[in-house]
Design a protein around this ligand. Structure first.
Ligand code: SF4
Length: 255
């Protein structure tokens, strides 16, 4: 998919082997089964969806950043001692060059996690596919659209779930399914989607690989959601995942 369609704030790439980078930083993985692991985050710009609650607004609603060559990205990663790299976005699998980066990271022995919305599957060496399918509650209806007009609502709702892509990612890689949960009303959709995915995929999708994560990008917002989401995890038998970076650093950039 052309990046220009999803990242209009970015100019054309200067070279073939470059990625639009919103930010690159070292921190602790904040979410999922590797929470707490020192990691380098490579955040690409551009997304094919528009969740109203997007916690990386400047990769989706207002994509910004600069093009960096794969060599320059690898050099920046090597400045950190971390041996885990998290490729995130936006939607990092939009970009052909993400595959090149993942191949070169694998050659160097890094453990790679790809944080994806599950709408695109690519042939790439990925150690952990962290798949976050977007539920109906993510749709930017006119009342929830951060830009105020709701023009993305229909496209977002049409494209937010691709069962074939999710099943392929599960089959190809070690994976976790990480749902952003706004409250108990999301649970029937999660249950229904899991029933379908378990029928589609040729690999098991056990409950311990299903994670519920409270919606909220600040400590105050998480305070509102984390209790009920933890109760949902207990009731349905899934795992709860914190947002450690929010607990530690609130909504500070580069964390
Ligand atoms: S899929 Fe992820 S990056 Fe894209 S809009 Fe939704 S939360 Fe933001």
């Amino acid at each position: 998919m052309p990046v220009a369609d999803t990242a209009p704030g970015l100019t054309e790439p200067p070279e073939d082997d470059a990625l639009p980078i919103n930010e690159l930083f070292a921190s602790l993985q904040g979410e999922g089964r590797l929470a707490g692991v020192p990691s380098v985050f490579v955040r690409t710009s551009g997304c094919n969806l528009r969740c109203w609650f997007c916690d990386s607004y400047h990769t989706s609603w207002e994509p910004t950043g600069g093009w960096r060559t794969i060599d320059a990205i690898l050099e920046a990663i090597s400045d950190s001692d971390a041996d885990h790299v998290v490729l995130t976005g936006g939607e990092p699998l939009l970009h052909d060059e993400s595959v090149t980066l993942l191949e070169r990271l694998a050659d160097r022995g890094y453990h790679t996690t790809v944080e994806t919305n599950g709408t695109i599957a690519r042939e790439a060496p990925i150690d952990l596919a962290s798949i976050s399918p977007k539920l109906a509650s993510s749709t930017p209806t006119p009342e929830r659209d951060p830009t105020g007009d709701g023009e993305w609502a229909e496209r977002h709702d049409r494209e937010r779930i691709d069962r074939d892509a999710i099943a392929t990612l599960c089959e190809r890689h070690e994976f976790q399914l990480k749902f952003v949960v706004t409250g108990p009303d999301d649970m029937p959709e999660i249950e229904s989607l899991l029933t379908d995915l378990r029928a589609d995929a040729t690999v098991p999708i056990p409950n311990e690989q299903v994670l519920l994560m409270p919606e909220g990008t600040t400590r105050a917002e998480l305070e509102e959601t984390r209790g009920t989401v933890a109760e949902c995890a207990m009731e349905y038998g899934y795992r709860y995942t914190p947002r450690l970076h929010v607990d530690l650093w609130n909504d500070a950039p580069g964390t």
